[in-house]
Design a binder for this molecule. Structure first.
Ligand SMILES: NC(=O)c1ccc[n+]([C@@H]2O[C@H](COP(=O)([O-])OP(=O)(O)OC[C@H]3O[C@@H](n4cnc5c(N)ncnc54)[C@H](O)[C@@H]3O)[C@@H](O)[C@H]2O)c1
Length: 291
């Protein structure tokens, strides 16, 4: 039986708890959140035996094999390093860290301690994505020449986040001082991972980041400066020479959560639209139109 604990019991942690509960041979034995009341409520909802307001206290007191780090982005590095130091394996939410140096420190610490330190790029679970990646590796679409990738959300212009401007829970995502790297660091990392997983690593990138006025004429809400980027567009060249674009926005009216990738090679093309289906991969081999 693998004994797990969840650190950070906000929105996303519910998905982790439900998924772990469905795995035979795994058990959630504890959880921790800086907000003790949130940890207690979470433990009650998911039937977790113990809860803490301090993840260190939890890891020292409880018999735990691994933690799920579901804290906000700015806390990923310190919480994961604490777990690695205590010999606990880590599933860390994306982005792994908020800068490359911290990510390298986590990697080095995990390697040295022989600890698994995995980042949760959840869209890798798509069978269409896995198939696209293997088809490219097997040379089924030839040499990649071009690609288009986008991740579109609309929560800054819709009620999908229960009016983000009245909901303090969503605000750290819009504020650099709270550790947010904006749209690029939040959903941009997903579309960058998805694209490079299938098409290969990036060699050159030009990226334009944009922060729009949030509509109330005041860039501060409850003392938090809403200055993190909320859209980006990038022109990208891959190490294999392919050219393409990657863009993302939280202002994409009509798209609650849409990820799409098209790849064009010398022998064929592939198209994924995760908004429509996680399992459907559109394939064109030869000159037949994509279908
Ligand atoms: N993989 C995905 O598709 C996906 C989707 C949503 C969120 N996420 C990621 O999950 C993480 C959490 O997002 P969320 O939406 O649940 O945020 P959230 O703000 O709803 O929850 C974060 C929780 O962590 C707690 N916390 C903060 N610092 C802490 C610390 N040092 N120790 C313990 N608890 C701490 C907060 O009190 C809060 O309850 C983020 O990194 C986000 O990028 C990933």
């Amino acid at each position: 039986m693998i004994k797990l604990a969840i650190v950070g019991t906000g929105g996303m942690a519910n998905g982790h708890a439900k998924a772990f509960a469905s795995i035979k041979g795994a058990k959630i034995v504890s959880c921790a959140d800086l907000r003790a009341d949130a940890a207690a409520a979470f433990a009650k909802t998911h039937g977790i035996p113990t809860h803490y307001a301090d993840h260190m206290e939890m890891m020292k007191n409880e018999d735990i094999d691994a933690i799920s780090n579901v804290t906000p982005d700015s806390a990923h590095c310190s919480v994961s390093l604490d777990a690695i130091r205590l010999g606990k394996h880590v599933l860390c939410e994306k982005p792994l860290a908020t800068n490359a140096n911290d990510a390298r420190r986590m990697l080095e610490a995990a390697k040295k301690a022989k600890i698994i330190n995995m980042v949760n790029f959840s869209y890798r679970a798509s069978s269409a994505l896995q198939k696209a990646s293997s088809m490219v590796k097997e040379g089924k679409i030839g040499e990649i020449r071009h690609f288009e990738a986008s991740y579109l959300q609309s929560w800054l212009v819709s009620s999908s986040r229960k009016d983000w401007n009245k909901n303090p829970g969503s605000r750290w995502r819009l504020c650099s001082a709270a550790g947010s790297k904006g749209d690029l660091g939040d959903i941009g990392v997903h579309i960058l991972d998805l694209t490079t997983f299938v098409a290969g690593p990036i060699s050159k990138i030009y990226c334009n980041l944009k922060t729009f006025n949030k509509g109330n004429g005041d860039e501060f809400i409850d003392g938090m400066k809403m200055d993190a980027n909320d859209s980006f567009s990038a022109t990208v060249e891959l190490a294999n020479g392919a050219l393409g674009t990657i863009h993302s926005s939280r202002w994409a009216t009509g798209h609650s959560n849409s990820l799409a990738l098209s790849i064009f090679g010398t022998k064929g093309a592939l198209k994924i639209d995760l908004d429509k289906s996680w399992g459907d991969l559109q394939i064109c081999i030869g000159e037949k139109n994509i279908a």
